[in-house]
Design a protein around this ligand. Structure first.
Ligand code: PHE
Ligand code: ZN
Length: 889
């Protein structure tokens, strides 16, 4: 843990570095207890900055020697920095020797051990835990790295770039030397020394260049690497085809490690991955896992250009690489499927994630702009806002300039900035400059408020049909709510993709007053003032507006549509996203009504029939049906309310689920029977959609049986659980039993554990399923608390810790928010325990309380008390302190 309290770092305080480090030669003598690092740097003054001392960052290092041009010099260590005065005016060599203790590194930042091997994680500021350095992204150097280690324990020695030399050493050791020709910031450095095996494949790129692709895993996991390799091959091909960006390395490696704080890391040529995003076979991984691997492999690969070739000037620009790269991985996954409806399914899933994570963040104490203005701990700003809202900002640019225009903008961005460390402004400028005359170029200054203003804009839409004039007037207005440090907001540029739908479901031609002819049946209105009016003409019938198609902007839309309008859109909208949205809105209206009034929920025939006709629809995809028939989550419902009683939300949502189960019983039986996938397992979207719908049907059938006490469906579900030939079906059946509190759930859980006791990622699912189960009489919470002392549980492994704690505190509001405050006590205890082990992870868990001010009593007071208890702890990390301080502010 760091000493002292760290200051607020401000974006406006940025200054260029006083020195450049042009190249680095590192030698590692790897030992778990004491690793020796010899670091030789070529350093020169930055003439653009006033002469001053050189200050190198370092953390938890033992410094043993400092030489300048081979001679010992005087130095001091001050505020965790190595300070050197009186340095030569001309370029010089600086050698620094340090030692560190990888086996004691439980934070998993810097050099650490996992499963008997060595791994690194340097983003954002982990390199300073390996050696003294200018650990900031605008200092880029070429790296040459020599690794020395025991040859039997660590047969595989990897670092960035190309392997140039290897051999044996005395004392049973061996060595390998790697050279990375591409200058890079320190956060992209990586090394691995471990006992691993690899799947490899040679590919020939469009350009004709040959590349060696490798996926490294532990010996027993080789049969789980095919999907990651295929995803990597597809990623290489996609970036060439869509953006003309090819792989710039002879060799590209992915290494899987089971102790990892995040999903994966884009180190140059040596991506290090959480095993969760590499390992999959049909028996152990679900369709969702397969999809997650595809997108994370894509994401890290795409960083090679957006992040590595062009990197961030400073960490405030994090979204420059993350927002853009999330956008790219979303587009990649969409482009891999061929039907428009499968593309829409992916879009709906992405929007659901955004609304579930980013919208609450933007409305709570951690709200910050996509390009933040200040931070205490940068690790706390790897957020849904920087990633997912950042991706929406890039998507809006593409909407405003068109797909081809966006590709031109990317080309210009690389022409201008390849090899540089730049800002979000540079990116937006390149896209705009490549598209003169576009709405983006015209409104660029206003558009860039998406980078500077926090909070989700609210858009109001009001329409009026004038039968005599045959016109339809649409008035759009926007408004921003205050957020921490930003009391007032100015208008944003908001692209509103839209259409008008006639009474027979026809899509009406869109002609604005003043235009000679209609411009198709879909167009993008660009709202850039507080209020704008659009008058459509030539309309013989009153339309229902379909607004914000494909979720064309990350806003909260209030369109004042009636139930009848929403039913009309659900039945007829050509835009699948809005069709889904209409179904969700119908459910929301009913659920929120019951939650607010306290009256019993009664799902009316119109709603039930609408759901039945989607379910039975002859042409809609199963995956799409599953999304429509899934009710909005408890978390999303909470976000719609002024004051939140999590128990009431749960009660009403469960009532709705039960009514859907009962009213559609025969339809669920039909859906289950008719959506069986035969033959071998394939994660393709059509089969995955069928499995998803069959699993949803099974969940409803078991839920229905929980009140009729009819043993048939639980029995069939248990049988299916036992006979399943893939994890999606097995986990689906298990989940149906557990969530309906069937008697057979216990036996199934035991059997599941026995079957998969040696598969860590599957045991994570076992914990998560139980902790996220539908709460009933406090049983789920009690079970989760018991599971803390299960022999397989541990806080040291982030995946395992999350499997229980995140599942309970983030994914299960009804089990977590208890009138006796036991959930909050559980939370505070875990945050404090984790903080001593892994502050980054502790700070993530701490955010479960972000929205406490929205809670009704008695939850609110109890929540404040729990947060205050954490905040009162003296020896708290900066990471957790920043979160709880903001929460209490
Ligand atoms: N840069 C990684 C990604 O988004 C995420 C990450 C951040 C991983 C910090 C580790 C530490 O791909
Ligand atoms: Zn990323």
């Amino acid at each position: 843990m760091r000493e002292g309290s760290s200051p607020l770092i401000r974006r406006e305080d940025y200054t260029a570095p006083a020195y450049w480090i042009r190249s680095v030669d590192l030698t590692f003598d790897l030992d778990p207890a004491k690793t020796l690092v010899v670091n030789r740097m070529q350093v020169e003054r930055n003439p653009a900055v006033a002469a001053q001392a050189l200050r190198l960052d370092g953390e938890e290092l033992n410094l043993t020697r400092v030489l300048v041009n081979g001679d010992s010099v005087s130095f001091r260590v001050e505020n965790q920095q190595l300070v050197l005065d009186n340095l030569p005016e001309t370029p010089f060599t600086l050698e620094v020797r340090t030692t560190c203790a990888p086996e004691k590194n439980t934070q998993l930042s810097g050099l650490y051990t996992s499963g008997g091997g060595f791994f690194t994680q340097c983003e954002a500021e982990g390199f300073r835990r390996i050696t003294y350095f200018l650990d900031r992204p605008d200092v880029m150097a070429t790296f040459s790295v020599t690794l020395k280690a025991d040859a039997t324990k660590y047969p595989v020695l990897l670092s960035n770039g190309n392997l140039v030399e290897q051999g044996t050493l005395d004392g049973g050791k061996h060595y390998a030397k790697w050279v990375d020709p591409h200058p890079k910031p320190s956060y992209l450095f990586a090394l691995v020394a471990a006992n691993l095996v690899c799947r490899e494949q040679k590919i020939r790129a469009r350009s004709g260049r040959e590349h060696l692709l490798q996926v490294y895993v532990r010996a027993g996991d080789l049969d789980k690497t095919e999907h990651a390799m295929n995803s990597l091959i597809a990623s290489v091909a996609w970036d060439e085809a869509r953006f003309g960006l090819s792989l710039d390395l002879d060799r590209f490696m992915i290494v899987a490690v089971s102790d990892f704080n995040m999903g994966a890391m884009e180190n140059k040529g040596l991506n290090i991955f959480n095993t969760k995003y590499v390992l999959a076979n049909p028996a152990t991984a679900t369709d969702a896992d397969y999809a997650g691997i595809e997108s994370v492999v894509g994401h890290e690969y795409f960083h090679n250009w957006t992040g590595n070739r062009i990197t961030c000037r400073d960490w405030f620009q994090l979204s420059l690489k993350e927002g853009l790269t999330v956008f790219r991985d979303q587009e990649f996954s969409q482009d891999l499927v061929h039907s428009p409806s499968a593309r829409a399914v992916k879009r709906i899933e992405d929007v659901r994630t955004l609304r579930q994570h980013q919208f609450p963040e933007d409305a709570g104490p951690m709200a910050h702009p996509v390009r933040p203005d200040s931070y205490v701990e940068i690790n706390n700003f790897y957020t849904a806002t920087v990633y997912d809202k950042g991706a929406e900002v890039v998507r809006m640019m593409q909407t405003l300039v068109g797909r081809d225009g966006f590709a031109r903008g990317m080309t210009l961005y690389f022409q201008r900035h390849d090899g540089q460390a730049v800002t979000c402004d540079d990116f937006a400028q390149a896209i705009a400059d490549a598209n003169p005359g576009s709405a983006l170029a015209t409104h660029l200054a206003i558009f860039k408020r998406w980078y500077s203003q926090a909070g989700t804009p609210r858009v109001q839409a009001r329409g009026h049909y004038n039968a005599d004039a045959r016109t339809y007037t649409l008035e759009l207005s926007q408004q921003g709510l205050p957020s921490p440090g930003q009391p007032t907001k100015e208008p944003w540029v908001i692209p509103v993709a839209m259409g008008l739908i006639g009474p027979r479901g026809e899509h009406l031609p869109l002609q604005l007053v003043g235009e000679d002819a209609p411009v198709g049946t879909e167009r993008v209105l660009v709202l850039h003032e507080e209020r704008q009016r659009y008058e459509f003409t030539g309309l013989d019938v009153e339309p229902v507006p379909s607004l914000l198609r494909g979720f064309s902007a990350p806003v909260l839309l209030e369109d004042h549509l009636s139930d009848a309008d929403l039913l009309h859109l659900l039945a007829h909208d050509a835009d699948p996203f809005n069709r889904w949205e209409a179904g969700q809105r119908l459910a929301l209206n009913r659920l929120l009504g019951a939650i607010r009034t306290g009256q019993a929920l009664h799902l009316d025939a119109a709603y039930i029939e609408a759901m039945r006709s989607v379910l039975r629809h002859p042409t809609l995809d199963a995956a799409f049906k599953e999304l429509v028939l899934t009710l909005p989550s408890e978390g999303y419902l909470a976000e719609q309310l002024e004051e939140v009683d999590p128990q009431r939300i749960h009660q009403v949502r469960e009532a709705a689920r039960l009514q859907l189960a009962q009213a559609l019983h025969h339809d669920w039986e039909w859906a289950f029977e008719t959506h069986q996938v035969r033959g071998g397992y394939s994660p393709d979207p059509v089969s995955a959609g069928q499995r998803a719908l069959a699993n949803l049907a099974l969940a409803y059938l078991c839920l229905g049986a929980s009140v009729t006490h009819d043993p048939v469906w639980p029995g069939r579900t248990y049988q299916r659980f036992k006979d399943a030939t893939n994890m999606t079906d097995r986990l689906g059946a298990l989940s149906a039993l557990v969530n309906s509190h069937a008697e057979l759930a216990e036996a199934a859980l035991q059997r599941f554990h026995a079957l998969f006791r040696d598969e860590a990622l599957v045991i994570d699912k076992w914990f998560a399923l139980q902790a996220a189960a539908s709460e009933k009489d406090g049983r789920v919470f009690a079970r989760a608390r018991q599971l803390l002392s299960h022999p397989d549980f541990s806080l040291r492994n982030p995946n395992r810790a999350r499997s229980l704690i995140t599942a309970l505190c983030f994914m299960n509001p009804a089990a977590f928010h208890r009138t006796d405050a036991a959930g909050y006590v559980f939370w505070a205890d875990r945050v404090l325990e984790l903080d001593a082990i892994n502050p980054q992870l502790a700070a993530r868990v701490a955010r479960a309380m972000d929205r406490w001010k929205q809670l009704a009593e008695p939850y609110r007071s109890a929540a404040r008390e729990a947060i205050a208890r954490v905040a009162a702890r003296a020896e708290l990390s900066n990471d957790v302190r920043e979160i709880v301080t903001r929460a209490l502010a």
